[in-house]
Design a protein around this ligand. Structure first.
Ligand code: GUN
Length: 295
């Protein structure tokens, strides 16, 4: 079987085209320019790449953006003061604090300090609670992007056996909640596996749709999936460099062997990654519309 390769790059490009049109209309009809602030603490190279991309894409869509690069030694109090200022800044509709944060910062305190209306990451307890209750305001960007990938690739989730490997607050847990929602783009039967699951392969072999977010290179192999599975690989693992110094990036799934059994599969890179950033832009537009009473 030759698997359909689900191109996140292409789907994200289509969605961004729609978003850029929507932003142009908001500017023209409502004099409203969505604004996003990104905060990066420390000098983690991967986080720097992500925040650079977020800034570049927001500008290309016509989103007003402010970027704050804070030294790793910044105190929690200073960070909270900055968030407080951004909460009160009317040009800023969305605030993104790039994770992970340095050890001396309490992540929960920081995420709770963001005004839930500006929480375009969807990580504030208020927004996670709304998601659990089935009335979400902002969906966390990576799982929201995965749902969009499935919808726009024509993959039916309703009634499907979905197995998620990984229970992080950023991907696994919100993903499970999104696909449990009572709506035609969800309504799945969801299983979540994690590092202490007794035998992950018992579950992965049952999956119609397998979503993997564990941060370990090529962990899911062909013997662990059934024929005709749809595979979504969230992993971004840098496993070395090419002779020319370029990073070699692989997913959590052994793409070359699993694709021979799969009905559809996302590549790494070019799968989930571009969707995450695009959903951040969509949430920023939603935040701007909500402040203006348009959503
Ligand atoms: N680090 C890894 N993924 C994410 C994300 O979706 N949002 C933020 N803020 N940080 C991250």
């Amino acid at each position: 079987m030759s698997a359909q390769i689900i191109s996140g790059t292409e789907i994200a490009r289509q969605i961004r085209q729609e978003l850029s049109q929507e932003i142009a209309e908001l500017k023209e009809r409502h004099h409203l320019t969505p604004g996003l602030a990104t905060l990066l603490m420390g000098d983690d190279p991967a986080s720097q790449i992500y925040v650079n991309q977020k800034g570049k894409i927001s500008q290309s869509l016509g989103i007003y953006s402010e970027r704050y690069d804070l030294p790793a030694t910044t105190s929690e109090e200073e960070l909270l003061t900055l968030i407080d200022q951004l909460n009160g800044n009317s040009r800023i509709h969305g605030i993104l604090v790039q994770l992970p944060l340095p050890q001396h910062i309490n992540e929960t305190s920081v995420l709770c300090a963001i005004d839930p209306e500006k929480d375009v990451d969807g990580f504030h307890p208020m927004n996670l609670g709304k998601l659990m209750l089935g009335n979400p305001a902002y969906l966390p960007c990576t799982p929201c992007g995965i749902q969009q990938l499935l919808i726009r690739s024509g993959i039916k989730v309703e009634g499907a056996e979905v197995v998620i490997v990984g229970r992080s607050n950023i991907v696994g847990k919100p993903m499970a909640n999104i696909l449990l929602q009572k709506n035609p783009w969800a309504n799945a039967t969801v299983t979540v596996c994690h590092s202490l699951s007794r035998d992950i392969s018992v579950h992965t072999r049952r999956a119609d749709i397998l979503i993997v977010a564990i941060g370990k290179p090529k962990t899911i192999t062909a013997d662990m999936v059934k024929e005709g599975v749809v595979v979504i690989d969230v992993g971004v693992n840098r496993i070395g460099k090419t002779a020319t110094g370029k990073s070699i990036v692989v997913g959590d799934v052994d793409f070359d062997t699993v694709k021979l059994k799969a009905r559809a599969i996302t590549p790494v890179p070019g799968g989930v990654g571009p969707m995450t950033i695009t959903m951040l832009m969509a949430n920023t537009i939603t935040a701007a519309k909500r402040t203006a009473g348009l959503s």
